[in-house]
Design a protein around this ligand. Structure first.
Ligand SMILES: CC(=O)O[C@H](CC(=O)[O-])C[N+](C)(C)C
Length: 303
């Protein structure tokens, strides 16, 4: 399907600002279910005849609330807020760049697969911040399970990792972050643009879409993103939260998950991921589009 790219390209500085605001909306709307997802994904496999620590999304939710109250669901939010804001800025700039590289003129129409390629470039460029951000976030989110408070907060976690393990300690899990984010970000933007194009109908531009339509397209794009991302995300969460030298490489994590839980183990936390994906990404794209409209009103485009 061809997508009218004239309505999509914006100068990088506008993408930086609108992408950052979109990122903040994403975290505020999605953090509680993200905490549940990571706790489900990283809980120890139960011994024979024993009950798992959490047996469902709801069970995990009520256990966290009973143990720590609402604050437990927002544990580790400082790091994602500080990191996801620039990550989403880079993501939207990377996406804009990916589109312009494939356009012969600002008016040229992109095919769906070209939007996918531009999205993959966005996923590739954001990994520089995504990998350490995820490492810190996952370590903080799971430390309540062990009931051993190792880190005081995101900064303390980053400093400790750097002091004890150097830059490699912060970037542990980068390959799995790439395997997760490059294809899934391609799918993310392709499905978002596809939905917008479908809903546009007779209207001359996607800018005329209503807020509810943006919310729907963003929410669906978030779910499509996670359908692709979740197996690599399960491996990444485990790899990034395991004790040092527990796994020699990522194949060992894969082997362990398949051996103990079978292929279903790769979809641990699926319900929580999907429940989070819709509101978080609906909020993200609405935040992005609203900020972009405001910026376009403030500084009108010349083309
Ligand atoms: C896997 C992930 O972080 O997905 C992001 C959306 C979300 O639900 O957090 C999108 N993106 C990969 C483009 C940053």
């Amino acid at each position: 399907m061809a997508i009218n790219s004239k309505t999509q390209t914006a100068p990088p500085v506008k993408n930086v600002i609108a992408g950052g605001i979109g990122g903040m909306c994403l975290i505020l709307a999605g953090q509680p279910l993200d905490t549940i997802k990571v706790n489900l994904q990283t809980q120890p496999s139960p011994a024979l005849g024993q009950q798992p620590l959490y047996n469902s999304t709801l069970h995990c939710f009520s256990k966290i609330i009973a143990r720590e109250g609402i604050r437990g669901l927002y544990r580790g939010m400082g790091a994602p807020l500080a990191v996801v804001t620039p990550i989403m800025s880079i993501t939207f700039v990377g996406f804009g760049l990916g589109k312009s590289l494939q356009q012969t003129s600002p008016d040229s129409i992109l095919r769906s697969w070209q939007v996918f390629v531009a999205g993959m470039l966005a996923g590739l460029s954001s990994t520089v911040l995504m990998a350490p951000g995820e490492r810190i976030k996952c370590l903080l989110q799971v430390q309540s399970v062990t009931l051993k408070k190792t880190f005081q907060g995101p900064l303390d976690c980053a400093q400790t990792l750097y002091r004890e393990l150097g830059i490699r300690g912060l970037y542990r899990g980068t390959l799995l972050t790439l395997i997760r984010d490059v294809p899934s970000t391609g799918v993310y933007f392709m499905s978002y643009e596809w939905m917008k194009e479908k809903m546009r109908g007779e209207r001359s531009s996607a800018r005329e879409l209503r807020a509810t339509e943006i919310l729907l397209a963003g929410g669906v794009a978030g779910m499509c993103n996670w359908l692709v991302a979740i197996p690599a995300d399960v491996l990444k969460s485990r790899f990034q939260t395991a004790p040092e030298n527990h796994y020699k490489n990522i194949l060992e994590v894969l082997r362990e998950v398949l051996h103990s839980e079978g292929p279903c183990g790769l979809y641990r936390g699926f319900t929580a991921a999907m429940l989070r994906a819709f509101p978080a990404n609906a909020a993200c794209f609405l935040g992005f589009e609203a900020s972009m409209s405001f910026l376009n009103w403030l500084i009108p485009e010349t083309v």
